[in-house]
Ligand binder design. Structure first.
Ligand code: SF4
Length: 374
C-alpha cells in the first residue's frame, strides 16, 4: 500500500518516501482496505480575514467609510455655523480624518477593480489562492483551504489527500474516490462520506469508476417542512415508469426538462383535483414529482445506506482521528506557507508524517525499520 502522498511542489523531495512506502508493501504487512471515509476540513491560510475581500464585504466596508465621512462633514458644517462650539483643533482633526478615509476608499476601489477581474469575485491580499470559507460553527468562517482526505476505516491511514480552495465538498467525491483507487491499487472500494458530498452527478461518476458510494441524502424537503408528503412517500414503479402516491393513485410521466444541466422527468396524477387527502399533499392543482434520469443510482445507494448498521458513525470515527491529529500538530495558525502549490506540499509532508507515525503504531518501529531497509 502506498502512503498517501500528493505533491504539487518538489517531486524529487517526495520520491524517496514513495520508495519507503513500496518497501512497506514488500515487508508483507497487509493493510486491508475495505472501506474508505472521505471528508474535508478547513485549514487556515496565512491570510487575515481583514485582507480577504468578497464583493459584499468590500461594498459593506466602503459604505461604512462613506457613512463616517458623512458624519464628519456634518460636524464640520456645524463648526462653520457655530464656530464657538467646535474647537479649531477638532476641525483640523476632522479634515485629516476625512482625507485619510478618502484614501482608504480609493484603495478599496482599486481592490474592487482587481476583484471584478477574478472568476469568483474574491481576492485575498496575503495569500492570493486562499478563499473565504464557511465552517461548521454557526456564523464562523475562515480564510483558508479545504483539505480533502480519503482515510482507510480499518487503520486510519490517509490513503490520498488533496488541498483545494473550493469552500464546499459537493464536487469532490468522485475525484477523491479515484485518487483512493489509484493509491490503493484497488478498484472496488466502498466510500463513505457525509451529506455535504451528496450530488447526483458525483454519485453517478463513482458508480462508473466501480466505486460504491454511501452518502446520506440532505434533509432539505420543503414539503416535509410544510407538513406535506415528501418524495419518500411516493413509490416508484420501475416496470411501468410511474409513481404510486399516498392515496394509491398513479402519477404518470408527463414531460422531461433540463435543469442545471440535469435531465428531469416530471410526473403527476389526474386524480389530484378530487383527492380527499390533497390538503396533505399539495397547494397546487396537481402534485408534481420530479425524477432525475439516473435516480435509480440514488435509490440503490439509499437502500445500501439503510442496510448498514451505522455508516455515519464509522465515517466520523475514521476521519476525526487524522484531522484532529494534523490540526493539533499544525497549531492555531495551521498553514505556514502561501499559495496552493506550497500549501499542498506542506500538507503532503504533514500527511506523510501522520502516515509514518500511524504505520509505526501498526507495525512497531522494528518492523518499520526492517521494511525501510528491505
Ligand atoms: S393530491 Fe394527487 S398525488 Fe397527492 S395523494 Fe392525492 S392524488 Fe395522490
Amino acid at each position: 500500500m502506498k502512503i498517501g502522498i500528493q505533491t504539487w511542489g518538489s517531486v524529487g523531495d517526495i520520491l524517496p518516501f514513495l520508495a519507503l512506502a513500496e518497501g512497506l508493501q514488500a515487508a508483507g504487512h497487509q493493510v486491508t482496505v475495505a472501506y474508505i471515509a472521505i471528508d474535508g476540513s478547513k485549514f487556515k491560510a496565512v491570510n487575515n480575514r481583514d485582507k480577504n475581500f468578497t464583493d459584499r464585504k468590500l461594498q459593506a466596508r466602503i459604505e461604512q467609510l462613506e457613512a463616517n465621512i458623512a458624519r464628519y462633514l456634518e460636524e464640520l458644517d456645524r463648526a462653520d455655523r457655530q464656530p464657538e462650539l467646535v474647537p479649531e483643533a477638532r476641525v483640523s482633526h476632522l479634515k485629516e480624518k476625512i482625507a485619510s478615509i478618502k484614501k482608504q476608499i480609493e484603495g478599496f476601489n482599486e481592490i474592487n477593480k482587481q476583484l471584478q477581474q477574478t472568476p469568483d469575485k474574491q481576492i485575498s491580499l496575503t495569500d492570493p489562492d486562499a478563499r473565504s470559507m464557511a465552517t461548521s460553527g454557526r456564523g464562523t468562517g475562515m480564510v483558508g483551504y479545504n483539505v480533502q482526505t480519503a482515510v482507510d476505516t480499518r487503520n486510519h491511514l490517509i490513503v490520498s489527500h488533496e488541498v483545494t480552495n473550493v469552500g464546499h465538498d459537493r464536487t469532490q467525491l468522485a475525484s477523491m474516490a479515484a485518487q483512493a483507487q489509484n493509491a490503493i491499487g484497488k478498484q472496488d472500494l466502498t466510500v463513505v462520506a457525509d451529506r455535504g458530498y451528496f450530488s447526483g452527478a458525483e454519485i453517478l461518476a463513482c458508480e462508473k469508476l466501480g466505486v460504491t458510494p454511501l452518502v446520506p441524502k440532505p434533509l432539505t424537503s420543503g414539503n416535509r417542512a410544510q407538513g406535506l408528503f415528501d418524495k419518500t412517500d411516493f413509490i416508484y414503479l420501475a416496470q411501468s415508469d410511474e409513481y404510486q402516491c399516498p392515496a394509491g393513485q398513479r402519477a404518470i410521466r408527463r414531460f422531461t426538462t433540463i435543469e442545471h444541466g440535469l435531465r428531469w422527468h416530471k410526473y403527476w396524477s389526474s386524480a389530484c383535483p378530487a383527492c380527499p387527502i390533497k390538503a396533505q399533499c399539495t397547494t397546487g392543482t396537481n402534485r408534481r414529482i420530479a425524477r432525475w434520469e439516473h435516480e435509480d443510482v440514488l435509490e440503490r445507494m439509499q437502500r445500501r445506506f439503510n442496510a448498514w448498521p451505522n455508516p455515519a458513525r464509522l465515517r466520523r470515527q475514521t476521519v476525526e482521528h487524522p484531522f484532529g491529529t494534523l490540526k493539533a500538530w499544525m497549531g492555531a495558525t495551521h498553514f505556514l506557507t502561501k499559495s496552493l502549490p506550497r500549501v499542498s506540499t506542506e500538507m503532503s509532508l504533514h500527511v506523510l508524517a501522520y502516515n509514518l507515525k500511524r504505520i509505526m503504531r501498526i507495525l512497531g518501529t522494528h518492523r518499520l525499520i526492517a521494511a525501510m531497509r528491505a
